[in-house]
Design a protein around this ligand. Structure first.
Ligand code: LLP
Length: 410
């Protein structure tokens, strides 16, 4: 998170001392740096400059409307997976013709709404769904373009809970079944298969999996040509990983951009991406207060006022999110330290440190890299209200979502 810096041992964003903001705010809260967001957009766009894809933001990564508006202002579209996300993207001002709709279980209401709004593509993930889309468009007296999501049978090296392109995953249609559908396309009077989509997983660090993916797609496009079927778009999904540890290697976006460019020149096809984490992962963090420092024989438990209900990634995926103190103490704890939340289960932990600067009750910490799948995975578990979200742009701070009221969730 380049935008977080220690100045005189005080953690700050754009020269604003985070502790000063925290004095007037109830913790825990999320904050997002728009300066970092804009840097990420520029980095991504420059990597794909020559293939000029439509970059759709995977709304599931961050559903804050101000974040989505900022992305829209920079020309991005949206990848949505529910009626709620579709309505949110439209409300943020993203044009329907820049929205793609993924997901294995779209309901009839969702399909009908998407068709009526005229979105760029509903990416179907089963034969039954294609049948339903065809029937709904017939009912609405329309002929629409759709996409088909292929399961390319590529097992990406990432947490097994977030691979999506392996044959054992529920996503997409196998390549053989896809050809069968193309062969029987004359049955579908109200749809035109105009897009091929894939998404092989999330937090993928090695471009080798994308290399394999492009080879699979090239082969499919070649076979489609033989069958006289032309698609206008290839949607390459998302999944590019970000570094969570200081020592983590970076996803080689430049090299990937070159690979995509070669593909683009050869295939002369319009490319779409559905990118979440790479755009927003490092823009957000949680500020939390130390409620108690509890010493046991084995370790110090730093009990925070934020828990797995606010940020579930550590509990679900055992993901590491570095925790920084808002004020760095030069003295260190003499034994190991574990950061935990107040939730009543042992999975409510944010990680163990062999050595850590001394903290005391009432101090504040920052949990880093929570901009993607942070707030969107949060819940009201233990009847805890969803927390406030702030945006920091240069030196301006704005609340964009207020903390929920307990009365409203009872
Ligand atoms: N497109 C589709 C169809 C997807 O299913 C996903 C993510 C994306 C795009 C965006 O992937 P990204 O660029 O963000 O990697 N909750 C997990 C991540 C789940 C990702 C699910 N699909 C986590 O916190 O790591």
């Amino acid at each position: 998170m380049d935008f977080l810096k220690f100045k005189n041992n005080k953690l700050s964003v754009n020269n604003i001392d985070l502790k000063k903001i925290t004095k007037s705010k109830k913790t825990p809260y999320y904050f997002y740096s728009f300066d970092q967001l804009n840097k990420n957009i520029i980095k991504l766009k420059s990597a794909f400059k020559s293939s000029n894809p439509l970059i759709c933001f995977a709304v599931k990564a961050n559903s804050n409307i101000e974040v989505i508006k900022e992305l829209k202002n920079k020309g991005l579209g949206a990848d949505v997976v529910s009626l709620g996300e579709l309505k949110l993207a439209l409300k943020a001002g993203i044009k329907a013709e820049k929205i793609v709709f993924s997901g294995v279980g779209k309901s009839i209401d969702e399909i009908e709404f998407a068709i009526k709004k005229g979105i760029l593509s509903i990416n179907a993930e089963s034969k039954n769904e294609i049948d339903l889309i065809n029937a709904v468009s017939q009912k609405l007296k329309k002929i629409i373009n759709i996409g088909i999501r292929i399961n390319p049978n590529i097992k990406a090296d990432t947490n097994k809970k977030i691979t999506t392109g392996d044959k054992i995953n529920k996503f997409g249609i196998s390549i053989d079944d896809f050809y069968k559908i193309i062969k029987s396309k004359s049955h579908y009077k109200n749809i035109n298969i105009n897009l091929l989509s894939v998404h092989i997983g999330s937090q993928i660090k090695d471009i080798i999996f994308y290399k394999k993916l492009l080879i699979v797609i090239e082969k499919i496009l070649k076979n489609l040509k033989k069958q006289n079927h032309i698609v206008q778009y290839v949607d390459l999904g998302g999944g590019m990983g970000i570094p969570y540890f200081k020592t983590d290697k970076e996803f080689n976006i430049k090299k990937f951009g070159k690979m995509v460019d070669q593909f683009y020149r050869k295939q002369k096809i319009k490319i779409i991406f559905e990118i979440g984490r790479y755009l927003v992962g490092n823009i957000g963090a949680i500020i939390s207060k130390v409620i108690y420092v509890k010493k046991t024989k084995d370790r110090y438990f730093i009990i925070l006022d934020t828990g797995m209900n606010d940020m579930a990634r550590s509990a679900i995926y055992e993901a590491f999110h570095e925790i920084l103190p808002l004020e760095k103490n030069t003295k260190k704890f003499k034994i190991k330290v574990e950061f935990v939340g107040p939730i009543c289960e042992s999975s409510d932990t944010f990680g163990l440190y062999k050595s850590y600067p001394i903290l005391k009750d009432g101090d504040f910490v920052c949990i880093t890299n929570c901009g993607a799948y942070g707030r969107t995975l949060s819940s009201n578990y233990n009847m805890r209200p969803l927390i406030e979200e702030l945006v920091i742009k240069r030196n301006k701070i704005k609340t964009v979502r207020k903390r929920q009221k307990i009365e409203n969730i009872i």
